[in-house]
Design a protein around this ligand. Structure first.
Ligand SMILES: Nc1ncnc2c1ncn2[C@@H]1O[C@H](COP(=O)(O)OP(=O)(O)OP(=O)(O)O)[C@@H](O)[C@H]1O
Ligand SMILES: [Mg+2]
Length: 238
């Protein structure tokens, strides 16, 4: 569902942020990408979203080249980022309604939106409140709800647990596992090794733009993921 082939990004200042990434994430698979600040995780996500153009290589969503057919590719993907962009003067429900209609869903009722918001664990009294009064975690829940409503086969998440309280983070885990059961391909960048270990089918470690490690669930459970991570952080990239 998501595929990177020698995907490379060199920014205008000549910094090589992503170096020939090869990666495949199938339906019903959760991939967690770990890596230090500046490793190239968000760059990878931005390439899949066609927010930036690759220097070389290709990103595919459902076998669609995202550079060649960006609008077609976007139909298959939703995106949850750390700082979700919402309309502050709209209520939570109005934001959902706006983004749902933008995504072509015109027939959802107030009760439908309430059900979605309950599902992600947003408190009931926030449903009709203006989003500008929301905390970061509350905004993130709305961002996740928008992705759930869009109901795309692939979901990209960039540090979605940042700013979530432990209960909300655990609810996110539950939701991601459910989306996996529904057959979604999930790509999540995170610093949260604990959560990666809890949900990932595959874990990758990125360092200085290179994917230096990739392990399946069976493989990383046989070892201590935190130790593996720290070992890779100490080794120079060759
Ligand atoms: N627009 C840009 N122009 C130049 N360099 C950039 C640009 N965006 C990112 N970079 C650089 O590319 C590298 C990778 O950045 P990226 O944002 O992908 O890291 P990250 O792994 O997401 O880090 P974090 O964990 O802090 O979110 C960094 O060295 C960063 O400074
Ligand atoms: Mg990032």
């Amino acid at each position: 569902m998501l595929k990177a082939v020698d995907l490379t990004k060199r920014y205008e200042d000549n910094h090589l942020a992503l170096d020939a990434l090869n990666l495949e994430i199938g339906k019903g698979e959760i991939f967690c990408l770990l890596g230090a600040n500046g490793a190239g995780k968000t760059t990878t996500i931005n390439l899949f979203l066609n927010f930036i153009e690759p220097t070389s290589g290709k990103a595919f969503i459902n076998d669609i080249d995202v550079s060649k057919e960006p609008l077609k590719a976007k139909k298959y993907i939703s995106y949850v980022c750390e700082n979700v962009m919402l309309y502050g003067n709209f209520t939570a429900r109005q934001n959902l309604d706006f983004f749902a209609r933008l995504g072509g869903k015109n027939n959802l009722t107030k009760e439908d939106y309430y059900m979605y918001m309950r599902d992600v664990g947003l408190q009931e009294e926030a449903f009709e409140k203006k989003v500008k009064t929301f905390s970061k975690g509350m905004r993130q829940k709305i961002g996740l709800t928008i992705a759930i409503i869009k109901d795309t086969p692939a979901i990209l998440l960039d540090e979605p647990t940042t700013g979530l309280d432990p209960k909300a983070a655990s609810e996110l885990t539950r939701i991601l596992l459910r989306l996996k059961q529904e057959g979604k391909a999930i790509f999540m960048c995170t610093h949260d090794i604990f959560r990666a270990k809890a949900i990932a089918d595959k874990v990758g470690i990125m360092k200085d733009g290179r994917l230096v490690m990739m392990r399946t669930r069976k493989e990383f459970l046989e070892d201590d993921l935190e130790r593996i991570y720290l070992d890779y952080m100490q080794e120079p990239v060759v």
